[in-house]
Design a protein around this ligand. Structure first.
Ligand SMILES: [Zn+2]
Length: 350
């Protein structure tokens, strides 16, 4: 067998068991280009590997169990799944329930059942944010120890009344940056952003640059009720799951620089980002519970997957809408092209 790899290249064959990965055997490319297989004969348990050390695609889908999945969430799930799986990678599910006020009882189970109906099989255990307070606390302590965060005594209303950056989000004016004003108690911890510029290359949306202090201001990572914000939890969890490729909706593009800043402060590696188009309704509103998006039911899953692939500009053949779910995935994995949606920020849902 002729191979494109040079003499001496070692290929690892990996085996996944519960939450561990082992080397099963390895292959060495010989001088004539053929492959020699070597079984790992030592106790494989001693070969437990640091997953992050591999350039191995690991993606994730991280829904908030605030209600049923809708078409927009299916697009995020399908695109992250195909991006990881089409390269032989792994795909994880995480329930982002760190904001308990948004959680609807029963929604988490319904989401997982629906993913199964759609043939979106995940690796490893499902990560649940509400069970990880200690981990977020440790990350917060690390930020406190380096002086990267400070106490803020301002109420949300005071900040909303300050000034705007011309978009929807208000920018924190820095009132408490040099210490709490007299008579104030700490309501939250904010990350310092003075002089921080973050630039990254999104696989779909190109180069994104943000001057954090001017564009978003010092942002909250923890509130006085001991809760943690989405940014902190997400960054810590992506690192814990060894995520290498984040594929998600373009509505999160603007929050990515804050998350990259947190990764740098915590010494975590930054994954590759690809922000796919956000599904909007006929009025141009993002599909959401607030915008009365239709809930997915799991009825006719192949037709719904076909619609998601069509939304992602994959040009799926008509017949797979009537095929079984396995046939849809077989076609989609063989034909997946992430760059079909390059530069598209919103698209109308069917
Ligand atoms: Zn303040």
């Amino acid at each position: 067998m002729a191979l494109a790899f040079p003499f001496g290249t070692i290929c690892l064959c990996l085996r996944w068991e519960q939450d561990r990965r082992f080397i099963q055997d390895f292959w060495v490319v010989c001088l004539d280009g053929s492959l020699a297989c070597h079984k790992v004969i030592v106790n494989v348990v001693s070969y437990r590997l640091a997953d992050a050390a591999f350039h191995f695609s690991r993606g994730r889908f991280a829904p908030t169990p605030s209600g049923p999945l809708h078409f927009g969430s299916l697009v995020a799930a399908v695109s992250s799944f195909l991006h990881a799986r089409s390269r032989g990678g792994e795909w994880f599910v995480r329930l982002e329930d760190v904001d308990r006020s948004r959680v609807v009882p029963g929604a988490a189970d319904a989401i997982l059942r629906l993913l199964e109906d759609y043939g979106l099989e995940w690796d490893g255990p499902v990560m649940v944010q509400s069970e990880r307070g200690d981990v977020y606390r440790a990350a917060l302590d690390a930020l406190i120890a380096t002086g990267a965060v400070y106490s803020c005594g301002c109420s949300r209303k005071e900040i909303a009344d300050s000034h705007y950056n011309g978009r929807r989000e208000s920018v924190y004016p820095g009132t408490c940056r040099e210490g709490l004003p007299p008579g104030r108690v700490s309501r939250s911890l904010r990350v310092r952003t003075a002089g921080v510029m973050v630039a990254f290359d999104d696989l779909l949306q190109g180069r994104i640059c943000q001057t954090l202090d001017a564009d978003v201001g010092d942002f909250v990572v923890s509130r006085s009720d001991q809760s943690f914000t989405y940014h902190l939890a997400m960054v810590v969890d992506d690192a814990a799951q060894g995520i290498t490729d984040v594929v998600r909706g373009a509505d999160l593009l603007g929050s990515t620089p804050r998350q990259i800043h947190l990764q740098r402060l915590l010494g975590l590696s930054t994954p590759t980002y690809a922000h796919v188009p956000v599904a909007v309704n006929a009025r141009g509103e993002k599909l959401s519970k607030q915008a009365h998006a239709e809930a997915l039911t799991g009825h006719r899953p192949a037709a719904m997957l076909w619609a998601a692939l069509q939304f992602l500009r994959q040009a799926p053949p008509d017949e797979i809408a009537r095929a079984d779910v396995a046939a849809v995935w077989q076609w989609a994995l063989a034909n997946w092209r992430l760059d079909a949606v390059a530069g598209i920020v919103t698209a109308t849902a069917p």
